[in-house]
Design a protein around this ligand. Structure first.
Ligand code: HEM
Ligand code: NAG
Ligand code: NAG
Ligand code: NAG
Length: 339
């Protein structure tokens, strides 16, 4: 009985039958079929996690421009738009306007070829079984761990969307010049709270930003073109050199100038000395007593940051997943199976 559920054809069975019977211990406390759990592929694709991890490790090793950061960001940009359903991975096609063309993603989101490589390996090992949405969640966790960050068990069982939303991508993902209340509102809309905003912003301990994402801070129109007073002076001067008033939009700067390729808590230490790159980073320190307290706590205690980051990541990964018979398991993460 259980064996017949392994084929992947009877999509509901791994949840209804296999989890309660075979994974009784592991799945205890698992509330039901509409939620995710780490052992989801243990029978249908036992090597899934290992395959994802090895492709991610190779991609990070061969790339100097910090593929780990780009993969972490992709899961975030997936989850904030219609839930964690791999909508961010769809290319333009009939009836689909790709989220890749949105303001937050255009000329910025990357790592899609790595996801393709993971998907190809998984289709060889267990065809039609592992969703693109779960690949994003696992690649995020593996990337974090591989550059020094915390480990968490990734709840699995997401299915892939049948559509994309460029409007959602433009409206629901916070912009770097949003006010803190706007950022908090955009997180609340996803069921995430102020503590999640601060912990997850800690992902900016790795990766790069383009000049265009923070130029506004360097040349204040209503203040004789002065730099934002919250920026430490020598840091502001250096940024202005590499990010001129016009041109150089794509010039890249580390979000954590101290250790850009290492997942640690120096992002928070930088904030305390006026060296946060984006306005959305800086406002965590200047606009709310609650966020300041968390910034200081994480700057003081890397273990606390890691623990909260892992918890908030699981929360983010649980945003409105498709489960059961909803959506599909795409064969190619860039298109719907029907196309
Ligand atoms: C709090 C609101 C947030 C805002 C306003 C924001 C904004 C940005 C911006 C503007 C960039 C630079 C993009 C570019 O110029 O190409 C960036 C990069 C990045 N963001 Fe965020 N972000 C936020 C939250 C998050 C969260 C929650 C995560 C993940 C948990 C995240 C992970 C990253 C990573 C890893 C990068 C570097 C990407 C790379 O190097 O390819 N960010 N973010
Ligand atoms: C998708 O198509 C739309 C309009 O048809 C276009 O504006 C957009 O640039 C395309 N997006 C990508 C990522 O190619
Ligand atoms: C935020 O940045 C966008 C894109 O650069 C710009 O169009 C908008 O006017 C800015 N908003 C504010 C409030 O400065
Ligand atoms: C620009 O300068 C004005 C006037 O000093 C100030 O009120 C405003 O907050 C500044 N804007 C930024 C983004 O620093």
């Amino acid at each position: 009985m259980a064996a017949s559920a392994m084929g992947g054809r009877l999509v509901l069975l791994p949840c209804l039958v296999v989890a309660p019977l075979l994974l009784a211990g592991a799945a205890r406390g698992h509330p039901g079929c509409d939620s995710l759990f780490p052992q989801f592929y243990d029978h249908s694709c036992p090597r899934a996690k290992e395959i994802v991890r090895s492709v991610v490790a190779r991609a990070i090793a061969r790339e100097t421009r910090m593929m780990a950061a780009s993969l972490v960001r992709l899961h975030f940009h997936d989850c904030f738009v219609k839930g964690c359903d791999a909508s961010v991975l769809l290319d333009n096609s009939t009836g689909i306007v790709s989220e890749k063309g949105s303001n937050p993603n255009s000329n910025s989101a990357r790592g899609f070829e790595v996801i393709d490589e993971i998907k190809a390996a998984l289709e060889t090992a267990c065809p039609g079984t592992v969703s693109c949405a779960d690949i994003l969640a696992l690649a995020d966790r593996d990337s974090t761990v591989l550059v020094g960050g915390p480990y968490w068990d990734v709840p699995l069982g997401r299915r892939d969307s049948l559509g994309a939303s460029i409007q959602g991508s433009n409206n629901d993902i916070p912009a770097p010049n949003n006010t803190l209340p706007t950022i908090i509102t955009k997180f609340r809309r996803q069921g995430l709270d102020v503590a999640d905003v601060v912990a997850l912003s800690g992902a900016h301990t790795i990766g790069l930003s383009r000049c265009t994402s923070f130029r506004q801070r360097l040349y204040n129109q209503t203040d004789n073109g002065m730099a934002d007073a919250t920026l430490e002076a020598s840091y502001a001067a250096r940024l202005r050199q590499g990010c001129p008033r016009s041109g150089g939009d794509g010039n890249l700067f580390p979000l954590d100038l101290a250790t850009p390729a290492r997942f640690d808590n120096l992002y928070f230490k930088n904030l305390l000395v006026g060296k946060g790159l984006l306005s959305s980073d800086e406002v965590l320190l200047t606009k709310s007593a609650e966020t300041v307290a968390l910034v200081k706590a994480y700057a003081d205690d890397v273990d606390l940051f890691f623990q909260h980051f892992a918890q908030s990541m699981v929360k983010m990964g649980n945003i409105s997943p498709l489960t059961g018979a909803q959506g599909e398991i795409r064969k190619n993460c860039r298109r719907l199976n029907g196309n």
